[in-house]
Design a protein around this ligand. Structure first.
Ligand SMILES: Cc1cc2nc3c(=O)[nH]c(=O)nc-3n(C[C@H](O)[C@H](O)[C@H](O)COP(=O)(O)OP(=O)(O)OC[C@H]3O[C@@H](n4cnc5c(N)ncnc54)[C@H](O)[C@@H]3O)c2cc1C
Length: 224
């Protein structure tokens, strides 16, 4: 720890230490960042009025900070005003693992769990950078093509910043791990790989003028 800042390292906090199948765990900053960057969405877990809630939302990473945004009316962001702790999960699904027994079926994945106390971003330039980062996280190249935000839109959006100080990754790769005797069985086993594949872009019928499809749309892909 340096002051109140825990530097992400090979020494995770007790609650960030993966105990189940720890051989799948990593606390490597580059790996954690790459999973966060590739994922389009995350899930935020928080307690609201004494009840646990998990809400899916968009995120973006800038350096060692995870930014979240939304309406000031959202429960998720309202809770953050009070400095409550949250937990964030990011998951990339890489494959379905079919074993010979139902028991040993699994999934290949890369996932991250983060703990921390977010702060609401008060500084306008940090807030604008965060909103740009969130837009660019989803569609790189889009921000500069957009009409600039109005004052009302800017003021009507809340941005929260969560330091990525306390995070873990867990990764499963490879084929099924069956019981030795089951390898004799004539049952197909293996992996169905999965990935995010964009379809053909669908033009908005309300486009008033012919606008060519930007390359960041026609060649859309997630960072790997
Ligand atoms: C797509 C997918 C499907 C899964 N399906 C199942 C399932 O069906 N059943 C099941 O039991 N588990 C499943 N898991 C694994 C699950 O995420 C947990 O790792 C597991 O349940 C152990 O949880 P725990 O709290 O007991 O682990 P512990 O090891 O006690 O957790 C301690 C700490 O380790 C970290 N941690 C735990 N899990 C993860 C993770 N996945 N990624 C990053 N950090 C983590 C967190 O910081 C957590 O607080 C799945 C994971 C993924 C990504």
């Amino acid at each position: 720890m340096i002051g109140s800042l825990r530097i992400m390292s090979d020494a995770p906090s007790p609650r960030s230490s993966v105990r189940r199948l720890p051989e799948r765990a990593s606390y490597d900053r580059d790996l954690i960042n790459s999973i966060i960057d590739e994922a389009l969405i995350c899930h935020i877990g928080f307690v609201h009025d004494g009840s646990p809630v998990v809400i899916p939302t968009i995120h973006a990473r800038v350096g060692e900070v995870l930014y979240l945004h939304g309406s000031p009316a959202s429960r998720m962001l309202r809770g953050m005003r009070s400095g409550d702790e949250i937990s964030v999960n990011v998951t990339l699904l890489d494959g379905l693992v079919l074993a010979r027994s139902a028991f040993h079926h699994s999934m290949n994945y890369r996932s991250v769990v983060v703990f921390g106390s977010p702060r609401i971003v008060a500084d306008d330039s940090e807030k604008l950078n965060a909103l740009r980062a969130i837009t660019e996280h989803v569609v790189p190249g889009r921000w500069d093509d957009c009409r600039p935000m109005t004052d009302t839109e800017f003021k009507g959006t809340l941005v929260a910043a969560l330091p990525l100080n306390e995070a873990s990754a867990k990764v499963r790769t490879g084929g099924p791990g069956d019981e030795e005797a089951d390898y004799e069985l004539p049952i197909w086993a293996g992996v169905i790989p999965l990935s995010v594949t964009p379809g053909e872009p669908i033009e908005d019928p309300l486009l008033r003028v012919a606008v060519p499809v930007p390359p960041y749309v026609s060649r859309y892909e997630r960072p790997v």
